[in-house]
Design a protein around this ligand. Structure first.
Ligand code: MF3
Ligand code: CO
Length: 257
């Protein structure tokens, strides 16, 4: 499958979708408190998304039942919100959210610590975020996709972390998942040549332990096989002939270069 190049009009819509998602993350991230259930987080997220006139991308996507993926501690991604699961001091909570604005998707994830967290957890969150920025140093026209993958994995592995292999980033636009797939682990091939106008969701999923993951019996929740902590950081970006534009960066969020 070839990778779609967005027109000027489409890029404007992707920018708008990205800006809204950045606000959704900002507003929801501030509300996280000990004692909230993961379903409370989803309900609030759904409300915020709709208050911006957007539709949650994930709700009913392949049967996924919620608007926000909430993944705690050893859960890597795609945790299903439930009223039985309460967040506690020391937890790390990954929120993965997608919104549709006028037919265009944006997709971003952040991992938050609740109250005081261990140094191990704090470092994992910060380094997972930095993985994204290490990767996008190569995200410009003329480079090859797998330069991004290789940079992410080299940085993560320099700390002995496990880079998840069973899930990848993706192109994004009128569909949540478009071509190409974007692995975070090292690749032998070069991958597609990047062109201005490509919009990509780059999403390192990094484990404090080994890279192996498994699926729980709910068929969604992905957990680390060794029960080590896992963090997730994702943005939707636009490839240009110069620096990439990060469409879902929050205001005041440093750009990590
Ligand atoms: N960021 C994730 C992804 O790109 C979220 C998808 S969750 C789903 O795959 F429920 F929509 F599948
Ligand atoms: Co994604």
């Amino acid at each position: 499958m070839s990778v779609s190049i967005k027109s000027a009009r489409e890029i404007e819509l992707m920018r708008a979708a990205g800006k809204i998602l950045a606000k959704v993350h900002e507003n929801l991230g501030k509300e996280l408190k000990e004692g909230m259930s993961t379903l409370d987080i989803d309900r609030l997220g759904d409300e915020i998304i709709r208050s911006y006139g957007c539709i949650p991308s994930f709700k009913n996507y392949n049967g996924y039942p919620a608007s926000v993926c909430v993944s705690l501690n050893e859960e890597v991604v795609h945790g299903i919100p439930t009223k039985k699961r309460l967040i506690q001091e020391g937890d790390i909570v990954s929120l993965d959210i997608g919104v549709i604005y006028k037919g265009y998707h944006s997709d971003a994830a952040r991992t938050h610590g609740i109250g005081e967290i261990s140094e191990e957890a704090a470092l994992l969150i910060e380094r997972t975020r930095q993985c994204f920025f290490e990767g996008i140093k190569y995200a410009k026209e003329g480079n090859h996709l797998h330069q991004i993958s290789n940079a992410i994995s080299a940085y993560a592995e320099s700390f002995g972390y496990g880079v998840v292999r069973d899930l990848v980033g993706h192109g994004i636009g009128t569909h949540l998942h478009e071509s190409p797939q974007i692995p975070n682990f090292s690749q032998k091939s070069r991958g597609v040549r990047l062109k201005a106008g490509m919009t990509l969701a780059i999403e390192p999923m990094i484990n404090a332990g080994r890279f192996d993951v498994e699926w729980l019996s709910d068929d969604w929740t992905v957990v680390t096989q060794d029960h080590s902590l896992s963090a997730h950081y994702e943005n939707t970006i636009l490839i240009t002939s110069g620096e990439p534009e990060i469409l879902t960066l929050q205001e005041g969020e440093t750009d990590g270069y």
